[in-house]
Structure formats: C-alpha cells, structure tokens
Design a protein around this ligand. Structure first.
Ligand code: ATP
Length: 887
C-alpha cells in the first residue's frame, strides 16, 4: 500500500474507515490484532554487559590490582595469609559490583515507571466524537486531530491541514520546519512526502486531521529504531565531578600504598609483609560505596520529587537543579492559575463590566468564532479543551450567537501574538482576529462606535492604547478583537480591520507562589519573569506575588535593539522582568545569564520554547499546558505546572549534593582511622593495631548501611536559607578534607590507638616487646581498635549530618535509615567480636566490658569537640553576616 499516493477515499476503503474514524469497538478489535502503538526498545545494552561494566570502573580496577598482587604474593611466598586477603578483596569487588548494579537497575526502572506516569495522549475520533486516548492505543484507520506542538504518534495521511509545518529532525536530521498538506505525492523518499505525518516528528504549527495507516514498529520511525543504537547522553556536571574525584581518590590511594611500601622497606619490614600493608592501605582508601550511593541519592530524590509533582527525565538533572542561581519563569499558568475570567470590556468607547455588555454583536461574533477550542469527552462529560482564555471568551457569549463554518485560519503563535480565522457567514466571508493590542491595532483602520464603523485616527489609537495601559495596570490580560468582511476569493489579508473592542481578563496568582518566591529569595535564587504579556500586566503581577517592589519591565522590542553588552548590564538590574518577549528572545536571555556564570532553570510550554529549554542548564516543561515538543526538550516536567514545585525540586536537588558530602565525610573519616595504625606500625615498630581484614570489616560491613543512610537524607530545614553552591565549588572541598583528615579522622584514630594500647597494657605488654600474630592479647588489642573505630563512627554519623548545624538541632529531619544503620552496625560488630565464626574470620577475640567503658569518653569527646567546632563556625558565619549588613 502506498498511502501517500492514494487519494483519500481509496485510503478510507483500504483501511475500512472514514473521515469520522472508527468506532470504539472496532478500535479495540484492531488493537488486539495489530498490537499497541509502541516502539520497542531494541538497542538497549544487554544486562550482562551492563553488569560487567560495574566490575571495570576505576575503583574496581584498583581493587582487581590489589587482589592480583595478593595472589601473586601467595604464589611466591605461600602460607603468609595472602590468599585470604586476595579472596576477601575479590569478595569486595563482587559485593560492590552487584550492589551498584542492583541500585542502577532499580533507579532506572523507577525512572522508567515515572516516565510512564505521563503517557503521551492523542485526540482521535471514536464513534464520531473527539476523545483523548493514550498514544499506545492508536490503530490503523484512526482519525487523529493535531494542533501545534503535538508529537505525531503514528504514521498518518493528512485529511485536512491548515498551515501545517513539521519538524522531521528525528527522521531526516534536518531541523528546518517543512510544510505539509493534503495533496497526494509520488515522492520516493518517505521523509519528503508532503501528505504524510510521520511518527516521531512533531507539528510546529498549524492544525490537521489525519488518518493513521501504520503504528508501532511498522512506522518509518520504528524501522529506524530497529537499526540504530540508542544515543549516549552527555555526562552531567555531577558525573564529571564524580569521575574527577574518583580519579583523585584512587591516585591518592595508590600513592599512599606506594609511599607506605617504601617506608616499610626503609624501616626493614619483610618484602611480603610490606606488600600486604600496601594493599591494605589501597583497599582502605578506595571509597567503595560511593558509586551506588550517588545513584541511590539521586534516585531517592527523584522519587521524592515525583511525589511533589516534578518528574525528572534525566537523573543527573536533579543535582544541576540544586545548583540553580536563576529561574526564568513563564507567567501564565506557572505563576498564575491560567483560570481566566473577564473583568472589564472596552466597547463602543466605554469601559464596562461583563454584565453591562449587551447588544455587542460584532464583538460576540469574534469571541464566538475566533477560537481554537475542541469539544472532547472527558470522564463521560463533554468539555472544552484548549486555551482557558478562549474558554472564558466563549463562555461570556450569550446563547444564540452563531458559530460559522471555518474556511481557513492563521493560527496563534507567540511571535505574531494574534490569530485570525476566516468564516463563511451569511454576509459572505469574514475574517475574525484577536490578539495582543500591540499586534492587532496597527492592522485596524476603523473602529466601532455606537453601532457605526468610523475611521480610526491617531487620536483614537492613542486613546485605545491608553485604555489598554489602564486595564493592564490592574493586572488584567488585555486582548483586542477585530474583524473584516472579505471580498469573495480575496486572499485572507489581515489588514484594514475594524476594531471591535478590548477584553480585560483576570488570571489570579496560584496559591503558594508568593511563599515560593520568598523562599527563592531567601535561598539566593533570582526569579525573572519572562512573559509574552503586556509589561503593565506583568508588572502588576510581579508586585502582587512579591517578585519585585518596583519591577523593571523590559519589552521584547527594546531587547531587539539592545546590544549583548547592554543586555549584560541590564541583567544586574534588580526586579527585572521581561514582557512581550518571543521565544527566541527567551533563549537570548538564558544565554546572556549563562555568560554571567549563572546556572539557569527555565520554564516553557510551547513549541518555540524548545531551544531555550535545551540550552538552559535545566529545562522545565509544563505537564498540563506543555506541548509534547517542549516536554521532549526538557529535563524536568512539572505535573501541576506550578512554580512552587520548581522550588521544592531545587530543595531536593540541593539535598543530593549535601548528601554526597555527608557520605564522603563519613567514610573518609574511617579511612584516616584505618591509616594511622599502619603509620604507627611502620614508624614506631608497634604490633599492627588493625589488620587488613578488619579494615574490610568496617568498609564493607559495619559502615555500609550508615553511609547509605546519609546518602538518603531528606533536605535539611535550613537548606533554602543559604545561597546556591558556587559552580567552582568541588564535592571534595578543602573545608571537607581538613575537617575529615585533621579533625574527625584524627580523633577517631586516637580512640582506636588508645583502645589498642589500653588492652595491650592491661595484658602486661611493654613497648618494644614482641607479640605473636595469634597471641590472644594481640587479637584482643586489634579487636579493641576495630571496635573503637566502629563506636566512634556511630557517634560520627550524627555529626556528619551537617557541617555546621548541631547534631541536636531541629534543622534535621528524622531519618529512619540512620537508626537501622546503627542497629545494623551494633549487630555486626557483636557478631564479629563475640562469635567464634566472627573471631575466626576477622582475627578477633571477645572483649571485656571495661574496654567498651573505656571507649565511652572518646565517643563523648568526639561529640563535644565537633559540637564546639560547629558552634565556632556558626558564630563566624553570624559575625560575617552582621559585618556585611553593617557595611
Ligand atoms: P506567558 O509567556 O507568561 O505564558 P502569555 O501567555 O501572555 O504569557 P504568550 O502565550 O506568548 O504569553 O501570549 C502573548 C500574547 O498573545 C498574550 O498576552 C495575548 O495578548 C496574546 N494571545 C495569547 N493567546 C492568544 C490566543 N489564543 N489568541 C490570540 N491572542 C493570544
């Protein structure tokens, strides 16, 4: 079958359908027969390969190296216990790899499930009525109705088309829009057939009605999907940062390993014993749990965001959102409710309330006919679908005003800011036009006054534009209506129109917007409104929602003549808002902000917003009012279109970065405590206070769950009271490193060493005397050191929840996982210390109660000292803030 060559009647016959589409029953039958309209994912990487990848990343490679060295040592010098170490490290690689894989797999599934929350819908004719159905349920023979911004869900042949242009980039790679109409064609190349809308492309403009002839894998797009591999997404800043940090930490581990090996050689350790320590050091320093924690942290934040109506399409976008410094927000529907009602009408020279508007037939005719609404069935009810402003206009028209057949239309777009339709009326062809007054008034050369058409002179124009300003200053959205009788067969020129009236509509702010803007300001995030509406309307809203006391509204016209340098200067202006802007200007503003070093989140809903959404650091599309094209281009979709949701999402994004830092602080602390015993052993010739296996017991046993718990923390209460993170700020900052290595880690190491010597001295050991590796006193000593580190980590987990807030502060939200983590730690250390199995595996021996008592002051000491340090930091911050206010 060649649907593009056939005339439409023959296609109907072939598909056993018609201009009114299929019946529900027939569609159901066909769905069972042809299957769902879905592109199956074929090119996904096989699970085995993805599993293998978990064993070949940088950390894993270092561990492989360590295991290899251990086995090599065993081969050269059997009986030194090196094989046990080798197996232990292999175990580490295995557990870590499987765990990471499981985390990633789960995160991916969760993300896919979230995406399915927002299935694509299509408006189709079923039983002759327009209904919205999931795109997956389309079948050949269905008649689909399209408007600008819709994705084409299945290959379809056009039946009707008004001003249709499509973006076929997915098929042809060509991003220039192409026109489409109903004329049959013999074109060879599928993507060039003018009468066909292909699945995977999207409508940039116009309106269309088309018949589906191929679905799912039978579409051209399905064919391509079969052939091509999935595109690799570029790395996000967080991924790059983590890769950078992994390399740094890994290098550091290896460097330390080599250094300790050399020290060992210098102080005369045997080569093999020395190698054992070097491996121990390397293993101790690799932060094994980091990668799964990153995934877990992002995935949990994503799930929390989904609960709050923000759907994340790309996992790393969560974190980028946390770094946002500017939000460029639309007005209508995001800051306002997009629930419009008419408040004022200017008709025949008078400002009226809607109730006072009677006998205004020319005005009503425009309001009734110049619309893009569609009646659809929703939950058994017939409702108007489309722009709420148009619904408000339509609902204000008295019954009895006729709706005329439409011959043609020039659809609305944000560039022109108006729309026109041509109708077949009893008086002949008539053009009805409505739009922004700035766009419509220049086309008018006459106006209605007391039922007569009089010329519109300069004074009249001035008066109208003054009236518009007056209405807009009250926050009303003002629309101008005009019409013109067209001579038969005349081209539909939008000139010489008769001005009919101005309509002022209220669109109240959304509840919660004022608070959300307040939160943004407290969090050092700038909010810039970018709207297509009038500057006065935008300014009035900006004042109402607390965006700015004295808004500085810059219009698209001014922006157009502004140089890039001037725009940069303008961006310093507080209270800046942009009005009467077009989509390409939105993109220019975003780029200018980025040039200043801002991390920009931008909202959008229309087709034209797609470039700005892509170019922004975080593109946010509207779930309700947004077109498919905008959603496709965005990183995050707001299911409720609400501005406040962006702010909650930013909070979650900030928490991700915070959590990774909490996690790193926690695990790097134990690394220091694990290193110091080796230093003491090599430099002071004391028995080794902590064995390699015991290091692994901490890194891969006791500390795993508590560390994960820190990765899963909910946002701190103060998280939106601090400024955004600087883009130059690193995950492993100097502050963090100093806190860990010179403070927390050191205190923990002191506790471990003290416990070791406490046990040895109690058992009568003297400095310089030898102790056998299997001596019970030695086993108890290492057990005490291990237990000390574990106890200190139990205290440390509370300290790591914030770098400056007290562990007892009310700023923290309850985290159940921390409790589980500590219980897990307690159970595990008890098993290691008090069971024969634990003793044999980890080279430990049961401890007397006094050893635990000995540890208590160290735990309290750590708590008090860290609380003191935090209090000092808070004091310093307060002083600095006070000084800067004073200045
Ligand atoms: P925002 O960009 O914040 O969503 P907006 O909805 O006012 O605000 P646009 O959609 O770009 O921005 O609309 C710009 C102007 O075009 C509006 O202020 C209005 O005057 C006019 N307009 C909007 N929708 C229509 C429509 N359906 N028909 C005719 N004119 C319209």
């Amino acid at each position: 079958m060649n649907p593009h060559q056939r005339d439409i009647e023959r296609l109907y016959a072939h598909l056993r359908s018609g201009a009114d589409g299929l019946t529900q029953a027939e569609a159901k039958r066909r769905l069972a027969r042809y299957g769902p309209n879905r592109i199956e994912k074929i090119a996904e990487q096989p699970l085995v390969i993805r599993l293998l990848k978990e064993f070949t990343h940088f950390f894993a490679l270092i561990l492989w190296l360590a295991a290899g060295l251990a086995f090599f040592a065993e081969w050269r010098e059997p009986g030194q216990g090196m094989a046990t170490l080798g197996y232990a490290v292999l175990g580490v690689i295995l557990i870590n790899g499987l765990f990471s894989f499981w985390q990633e797999y789960r995160a991916e599934k969760a993300l896919a499930a979230l995406r399915n929350l927002l299935p694509q819908h299509a408006t189709v004719l079923r039983d002759g009525k327009a209904v919205s159905v999931p795109a997956a349920e389309l079948v050949p023979g269905d008649v689909v109705l399209f408007t600008a911004g819709d994705d084409v869900p299945a290959d379809s042949r056009l039946i009707e088309a008004f001003g249709v242009r499509v973006n076929t980039a997915t098929l042809t790679g060509e991003s220039k829009p192409m026109a489409r109409d109903v004329t049959a064609t013999a074109e060879e190349l599928a993507a060039l057939r003018r009468d066909i809308l292909h699945a995977g492309t999207s409508l940039i403009s116009g309106e269309a009605k088309a018949m589906v002839y191929a679905t799912g894998m039978h579409t051209e797009f399905g064919n391509i999907a079969r052939l091509t591999q999935t595109l690799h997404e570029p790395l996000s800043p967080l991924q790059i940062e983590i890769a950078r940090m992994s390399r740094l930490v890994a290098m550091f581990s290896i460097l330390l390993g080599v250094l300790f090996f050399l020290i060992g050689q210098l102080v005369g350790l045997s080569f093999w014993a020395n190698l054992l320590f070097a491996i121990g050091i390397i293993v101790a320093n690799v932060p094994e749990g980091l990668l799964p924690t990153v995934t877990l942290s992002l995935a949990l934040a994503t799930q929390r965001m989904a609960k709050k109506n923000a759907l994340v399409r790309h996992l790393p976008a969560v974190e980028t959102l946390g770094a946002a410094t500017v939000i460029c927000s639309d007005k209508t529907g995001t800051l306002t409710q997009n629930r419009m009602s008419i408040r004022q009408v200017f008709y025949s020279g008078a400002l009226l309330t809607p109730n006072e508007l009677i006998a205004a037939d020319p005005l009503f005719a425009v309001m009734r006919n110049c619309l893009d609404l569609r009646r659809v069935e929703q939950n058994g009810q017939s409702v108007w679908q489309g722009d709420p402003m148009e619904v408000a206009l339509l609902e204000s028209v008295p019954p009895g005003v006729a709706s005329f057949p439409r011959l043609d239309e020039i659809p609305f777009d944000t560039e022109r800011k108006r729309m026109s339709v041509i109708c077949d009326t009893p008086q002949g062809h008539t053009l009805y036009c409505k739009g922004a007054p700035e766009s419509v008034l220049p086309l008018c050369d006459a106006m209605l006054q007391d039922g007569n058409v009089i010329p519109l002179d300069e004074a009249g124009r001035g008066h109208l534009s003054g009236t518009q300003d007056q209405m807009a200053a009250q926050g009303l959205r003002v629309i101008a209506l005009a019409y013109r009788a067209l001579p038969q067969h005349d081209a539909h020129r939008e000139t010489e129109l008769v001005f009919a009236g101005l309509i002022g509509l209220v669109d109240p702010p959304r509840p919660g917007v004022t608070e959300a803007i307040g939160t943004c300001h407290a969090a050092g995030i700038r909010v810039i409104m970018i709207t297509g509406d009038h500057p006065h309307t935008a300014g009035a809203l900006a004042r109402e929602v607390g965006l700015a006391q004295n808004p500085v509204a810059v219009t698209g016209d001014k922006l157009r003549v502004m140089s890039d340098a001037d725009l940069q200067l303008l961006l310093d202006e507080p209270g800046l808002i942009f009005a009467r802007t077009s989509a390409d200007q939105k993109m220019r503003i975003v780029q200018a902000l980025q040039r200043r070093g801002d991390i920009v989140a931008v909202t959008g809903d229309g087709v034209n917003d797609a470039p700005a959404l892509r170019c922004a650091d975080i593109g946010i599309a509207m779930g309700i009012a947004g077109t498919d094209v905008a959603k496709e281009a965005a990183d995050i979709i707001l299911l409720d279109d609400h501005f406040a949701t962006i702010v909650t999402a930013i909070e979650e994004g900030r928490a991700v970065y915070d959590n990774l830092r909490k996690f790193l602080t926690y695990i790097l602390t134990h690394n220091v405590a694990e290193l110091v015993p080796y230093l003491a052993f090599a430099l002071f010739k004391v028995p080794l206070p902590l064995t390699v296996i015991q290091i692994l017991a901490i890194d891969l046993g006791t500390d795993t769950l508590p560390a994960l718990a820190l990765g899963a923390e909910k946002p701190d209460r103060d998280i939106m009271l601090r400024p955004p993170r600087l883009p130059s700020e690193r995950l492993l900052s100097w502050g963090l490193l100093l806190r860990v290595y010179l403070f927390l880690g050191l205190l923990e190491a002191v506790a471990g060493m003290a416990a070791f010597f406490f046990v040895l001295h109690s058992g009568g050991w003297q400095f310089g005397s030898a102790l056998g590796a299997h001596d019970n006193l030695y086993l108890q000593g290492t057990t005490a050191c291990l237990s000390a580190i574990v106890v200190m980590q139990m205290v440390n987990i509370f300290l790591c929840r914030h770098p400056s807030l007290s562990a007892f502060s009310r700023g923290h939200r309850f985290n159940r996982m921390i409790v589980y983590g500590i219980v897990f730690e307690l159970v595990l250390i008890s098993l290691i210390v008090y069971t024969p199995w634990g003793n044999a595996l980890f080279g430990t021996a049961p401890l007397a109660a006094e050893v635990w008592l000995f540890l208590v002051p160290f735990g309290i000491g750590l708590l008090l000292l860290e609380e003191g340090r935090k209090a000092l930091v808070r004091g310093m911050v307060r002083r600095n803030a006070a000084e800067s206010v004073a200045r």
